[in-house]
Design a protein around this ligand. Structure first.
Ligand code: GTP
Ligand code: MG
Length: 333
């Protein structure tokens, strides 16, 4: 069939394929949520039901995109991590980003109506104040880079939440104006804010809800691995943006990875930090395509959970090796 004379315009289209064998993170962020939250009367500094709507929308994305191994959310943002082996949409940037953000937004709108977050309580949204999100994709070449990215988001959650909790306590319970509270908190350290909360308002920050302090992690759950060697000495409160390897030991993590490999008949000798299942070898590629499909199906059947836990320490990851390997774990008995 002859092409139409217009068809040449296709040649203007450009696809960006994201780097192979890298962890793809699509982060969405609410547009103008400062205004949005004010318009619909969200509780300050945290509105648990508003966060529930975000979490349910994220669960939906994880459910229908099995290549997403984990999502992490705080405030009006959510990061969706695609396994580095994903071939979804041939890793086309625009397809991945637009699918994640539109799926999330559609689910957010749908969940909104059941939560009736607005002041009127009718679950309706106003046409001039609809929830919209921007999104971007970033590729992380190593597991360590991905872990650091997620740690960065969780540390940010902690820093912002401690500040906001103290700020709004000073305003709501302490009778300060917002300007006064801002001035008062200038130059204070985390320990000062903890002290202000405790001495002035009897609030122990560590008793605040975990969803507010740690954010939300959405992932597929299988039977947890027993890992006595797990290190547990990294405290989210003590790590800072720039604070690198504190408490981050690689030893136990590598050991578990090897054990998992063995269980799955994938003994390949020394498992390096970043690569074991993407080899430039056609036989492997065919094999891994079939395996990838099998794994995708298994992932579709798995239970998706939302937890408010520390993802900076190794423990979370060591006990859930399927997140890194992409292979389904043992079913929960
Ligand atoms: P852009 O993302 O640049 O469009 O701006 P934004 O207004 O969305 O601000 P940003 O993403 O930097 O921060 C999110 C904002 O959402 C916060 O500053 C809060 O004002 C608001 N927000 C998010 N979650 C809550 C909540 O639970 N309660 C309240 N009251 N506000 C929230
Ligand atoms: Mg925003």
């Amino acid at each position: 069939m002859a092409n139409s004379k217009y068809e040449y315009v296709r040649n203007f289209e450009r696809d960006e394929h994201l780097l192979p064998n890298t962890w793809i993170v699509v982060r969405i962020d609410g547009r103008g949520f400062h205004k949005f939250s004010h318009h619909y009367g969200f509780k300050k500094p945290n509105d648990a039901r508003a966060l529930d709507v975000m979490n349910l929308a994220a669960q939906h994305v994880v459910k229908i995109l099995p290549d997403v191994i984990l999502a992490y959310g705080v405030s009006d943002e959510y990061s969706f991590v695609f396994h580095r082996s994903t071939a979804l949409f041939e890793r086309r940037n625009a397809k991945l980003v637009s699918t994640v953000v539109s799926t999330f937004t559609a689910a957010y709108v749908m969940m909104w109506s059941s939560f009736k977050l607005d002041d009127r309580g009718d679950g309706k949204l106003d046409i001039d104040m609809l929830p919209t999100f921007d999104a971007r994709a970033v590729c992380y070449p190593s597991w360590e880079n991905l872990r650091d990215y997620l740690s960065w988001r969780q540390v940010d959650c902690h820093i912002n939440n401690l500040y906001n909790t103290t700020f709004w306590s000073l305003v709501q319970q302490g009778g300060m104006s917002q300007t006064e509270a801002e001035e008062f908190l200038k130059g204070t350290l985390a320990s000062d804010k903890n002290e202000i909360l405790w001495s002035r308002f009897g609030i122990n920050y560590n008793d605040e809800p975990e969803m507010f302090r740690k954010g939300s992690v959405v992932y597929r759950e299988y039977a947890l691995e027993n890992t006595p060697s797990t290190n547990t000495n990294t405290n989210i409160n003590t790590r800072t943006r720039s604070g690198g390897g504190q408490g981050r030991t690689k030893g136990p993590e590598k050991k578990v990875e090897v054990e998992v490999e063995t269980n799955d008949d994938h003994v390949e000798g020394d498992v390096d930090d970043d690569g074991d299942d993407l080899r430039d070898n056609s036989e492997k590629q065919v094999l891994s395509k079939t395996q990838a499909e099998k794994m995708r199906k298994a992932r579709q059947r798995a239970k998706i959970v939302t937890a408010h836990v520390d993802i900076i320490k190794d423990e979370f990851w060591v006990r859930r090796p399927w997140l890194r390997s992409g292979r389904p774990g043992r079913p929960i008995e």
